[in-house]
Design a protein around this ligand. Structure first.
Ligand code: UDP
Length: 487
């Protein structure tokens, strides 16, 4: 028997990390105006930080059908830092969060006061248990992967790579990879997502990512933060296996465009988990147009002091003014400010600006910024493409290795310094992008225009979003009463 629940109620559950939470909050911002109930489930730890450092609570209070919930990620409160703790979270989410999540889904599946029962879950596809819980409780589930389509597709093809003997590998990293359809001819071993570098196939992180990606076929549909004009051929490859695919990105621009149209954009609409240091905006105001290289390695990357110094020397020797985000938890092996050579300190005072966390979207849109030295995180890549800023890529881990290959070889909007970080290379590549910008600017401008038009009226991401909303509504009409499936 079907229940009547015309107003959808969607539970959105991101993996507890900055980039994941950020893009799923943008999705929530796009769903709210569609008049549906949204429960956004953050980890307790991230939620406290979001409330502390942003106006998210006030911003979302505009939508009476929206509410935040939070749940433990299983880590101790002082155990959250960088990439290492992210790997640890795969275990704690499974052992500690999973039963609590199941209880929450059960409680949301019963009507509460004015709120209709849950009709759909949109969960981060990297959280291992959500599809199991949704299937058991008979709730439709849509998988959201916050990575690029190219990296999702590479992950999806891993069984093929193994069968073809291309994985695991050792030795020469420049050997071409042939078993990822659509990427023959430019993909090398070193460009595969970093987890593919595992020497043993039973490596825990490799297996987690592999199985989470294969499990996507059990979800009703897949959402990707990408757009047709950027990754069309790869999206077609994915559709051959997962026909219900919504490419609705770049989400930061998509939600911004919609909020602007509704006069709802707040100047503080970022979703930062760190305190934003806005002093760098003033510093940027004093710099000539397109003169500054912005440097940031995202929210998870950690470098040793030696690597930090190589970057620092390279930047200083390039002679280019730089704005550099050095997170307080991003350097191992000593205090950032300890024993810094005098020439670096002097040059930084003269033409540098260091902050602990920047308003990145605003920084990239600032007229003084002419290049972005980035770790190639997917959000950063999209933000750079949208603002038309060419990139110098230094991928750190996960999907970043393949993103940077697409930046340099497919989209031709930057250069890739993957697997090197000596001061000479940093200096050379920063100069190459900042001083020979014209060579890249044709493709950079073209892609920025396409990114803008796909989120404007009639654009592909707009119509994909409309289709997603329509499908969520139909799930609300057809979702059956809650009865756990017998195992
Ligand atoms: N970011 C920011 N300020 C900073 C550094 C990063 O606001 O100083 C934001 C950036 O705009 C992006 C996110 O943090 O939206 C980082 O996500 P990404 O996918 O690029 O990398 P990750 O942190 O997941 O490695």
């Amino acid at each position: 028997m079907e229940r009547e629940a015309a107003v959808p109620h969607v539970l959105i559950f991101p993996f507890p990390a900055q980039g994941h939470m950020n893009s799923m909050l943008k999705l929530a911002e796009l769903l709210c105006p569609a008049d549906m109930y949204i429960t956004f489930l953050n980890s307790d730890h991230n939620h406290q930080r979001l409330l502390r450092f942003t106006d998210a609570e006030a911003r979302f209070s505009h939508w009476p059908k929206f509410r935040f919930e939070s749940i433990t990620d299983g880590l101790p409160d002082d155990g959250h830092c960088s990439a290492e703790s992210t790997f640890e979270m795969f275990n704690t989410l499974e052992s500690i969060t999973r039963p609590l999540f199941r209880d929450l889904v059960i409680s949301l599946s019963h009507p509460q006061q004015e709120i209709p029962p849950l009709s759909c879950i949109i969960a981060d596809g990297i959280i291992p248990f959500v599809i199991d819980v949704a299937e058991e409780l008979n709730i439709p589930i849509i998988s959201f992967r916050t990575i690029s389509a190219c990296s999702f597709w590479a992950y999806f093809c891993i069984p093929k790579l193994i069968a073809a003997g291309e994985l695991p590998f050792q030795g020469d990293m420049d050997v071409p990879i042939k078993s990822v359809p659509g990427m023959e001819g430019f993909l090398r071993r070193r460009d595969l997502p970093s987890f593919c570098r595992a020497e043993e196939l039973n490596d825990h992180v490799f297996q987690t990512v592999l199985s989470a990606t294969q499990e996507t076929t059990r979800a009703s549909a897949l959402i990707l933060n990408s757009f047709e004009d950027l990754e069309g051929p790869i999206l077609s490859e994915i559709r051959s296996r997962l026909p219900k695919l919504y490419a609705i990105g770049p989400l930061h621009a998509h939600s911004k465009t919609r909020l602007l149209e509704q006069s709802l954009l707040s100047s503080l609409s970022a979703n930062s988990l760190w305190e934003v240091d806005r002093s760098c905006m003033k510093w940027l105001d004093s710099q000539p147009p397109k003169s500054v290289v912005y440097v940031s390695f995202g929210s998870l990357a950690v470098v040793g002091r030696e690597t930090l110094l190589e970057f620092w020397y390279g930047l200083v020797r390039s002679g280019i003014p730089f704005l550099w985000v050095v997170r307080s938890d991003s350097v191992t092996g000593g205090n950032v400010n300890e024993e810094i050579p005098g020439e670096l300190v002097e040059a930084t005072t003269e033409r540098g600006c260091l902050v602990g966390w920047a308003p990145q979207e605003e920084v990239l849109a600032h007229p003084a910024v002419g290049g972005f030295l980035t770790h190639s995180g997917w959000n950063s890549t999209l933000e750079s493409i949208y603002t038309g800023v060419p990139m110098i890529c230094w991928p750190y881990f996960a999907d970043q290795q393949i993103n940077s290959r697409f930046v340099s070889e497919v989209w031709r909007v930057g250069v890739d310094m993957k697997d090197t970080c000596d001061r000479g290379t940093v200096e050379k590549m920063v100069k190459e992008v900042m001083e020979r910008r014209e060579e890249l600017m044709g493709s950079v401008d073209r892609l920025a225009k396409l990114a803008r038009s796909c989120v404007s009226q009639g654009g592909s991401s707009r119509s994909n979003m409309d289709r997603l909303i329509k499908d969520i509504r139909s799930m609300a009409r057809s979702s059956p009463k809650l009865h756990p499936k017998k195992k």
